[in-house]
Ligand binder design. Structure first.
Ligand code: UD1
Length: 337
């Protein structure tokens, strides 16, 4: 099967490309490289020993995207392309709606035109909004989201469900990621945030490598075991394998299905810092600061549905996440440059 990955050169897309190639799928990547590097393609090929077809296109550009479908007999799509910076989405919401929703519409229209009937969508646990209960299960209510980035994920889920209701041949698997961290064990691909990282693990690894002086721990007065925020961190390689499972599931089970991709385990900010220090034998200076606006105390998945229906379960540990993050950061202090 030949699978198109929109945004396939990004953090999660690149790891998914590796797992798809390892599982015997052919991979076509469409990426505008606005937040990724062409070097990632070489790395994917190095890890897998397989070739990837790459198109430097904006997925919202209908003519360019049609060219990709004309050149390749695409059997299914995994849709990662989109802007993803929470803070930026608050400042330029219209650009987020235009880009994330626009490229999804173009993609769905092009898929219909070319008779491509399966889409896996890169959604987020952020669609649950403030958790009403924990752990979060797929049948719990969604929204409202605390930022436009999250709203684009929620709206795109709805758009895909509406498209699938109207066109019965369309199968969709919506994957709600919890907090992806870590990097491929080879140390060749990983996450490279633009500028100062917003997310915890990239921030810690940049402190470790000496690019940042210390970590700010955003609040230690939450109603959690040590007062710091609790999240469900999932190794990006487990997450990538979740996409392979979702594709195999979708091929056999037409219709629309939603899955959480998490471990079901919540770790606090200090759990992460302590594990990173212990596993990598490196100091992470930190200070406790005020809470970050919009943050919630706790968020973790009920991961049972993905295990029951897709036979997928996260297998890597917090130690693996910390070790692999550090290997990637240490070997590539300036990312793919
Ligand atoms: C954030 C986004 C979420 C997005 C996800 C992608 C917000 C409010 N939410 O989730 O929409 O889907 O990233 O991975 O931005 N922390 C610190 N110091 C830091 C950074 C983070 O203490 O420098 C703490 C946070 O307060 C939180 C935890 O670490 O308790 C995780 O934060 P982060 O990695 O930013 O992820 P989320 O906020 O869960």
């Amino acid at each position: 099967m030949k699978i198109l990955l929109t945004g396939g050169a990004g953090y999660i897309g690149s790891h998914t490309a590796v797992e798809l190639l390892n599982a015997g799928f052919d991979v076509v990547i469409a990426d505008d490289f606005s937040n990724s590097s062409p070097e990632v393609i070489r790395r994917i090929e190095k890890i897998t020993g397989k070739a990837v077809s790459v198109y430097h296109v904006d997925v919202a550009d209908e003519k360019a995207l049609e060219g990709v479908f004309e050149d390749n007999s695409i059997d299914g799509v995994i849709h990662f392309a989109g802007f993803k910076a929470v803070g930026e989405s608050v400042k330029i919401p219209l650009a987020y709606y235009r880009n994330n929703i626009g490229c999804t519409l173009t993609l769905l229209e092009t898929m219909e035109k070319f008779g491509v009937n399966i889409i896996i969508f890169s959604s987020s646990a952020t669609v649950y909004g403030t958790p009403k209960a924990l752990p979060l299960a797929e049948d719990m209510t969604t929204g409202p989201c605390s930022n436009p980035y999250g709203s684009t994920k929620l709206f795109i889920e709805q758009i895909i469900m509406d498209a699938a209701a109207a066109r019965k041949e369309l199968t969709a698997v919506l994957l709600r990621y919890f907090n992806p961290v870590g990097a491929h064990q080879s140390g060749l691909v990983g996450e490279m945030p633009n500028g100062i990282p917003n997310n915890l693990m990239p921030f810690i690894s940049q402190v470790a490598v000496g690019k940042l002086a210390r970590l700010n721990v955003f609040g230690n007065d939450y109603p959690t075991k040590d007062g710091t925020g609790v999240r469900d961190y999932i190794h990006v390689v487990d997450l990538a394998k979740g996409h392979v499972a979702a594709l195999n599931y979708g091929v056999k089970n037409p219709g629309v299905e939603v899955f959480n991709l998490g471990t079901g385990i919540g770790y606090s900010v200090l759990d992460i810092v302590n594990a990173f220090v212990k596993v990598n034998q490196i100091e992470i200076p930190y200070v406790i600061t005020d809470r970050r606006a919009g943050d919630i105390a706790e968020c973790y998945a009920n991961a049972e549905k993905a295990s029951r229906l897709m036979g997928w379960k996260a297998g890597l540990t917090l130690e693996d996440m910390c070790r692999d993050t550090w290997r990637w950061q240490k070997n590539n202090p300036n990312g793919y440059e």
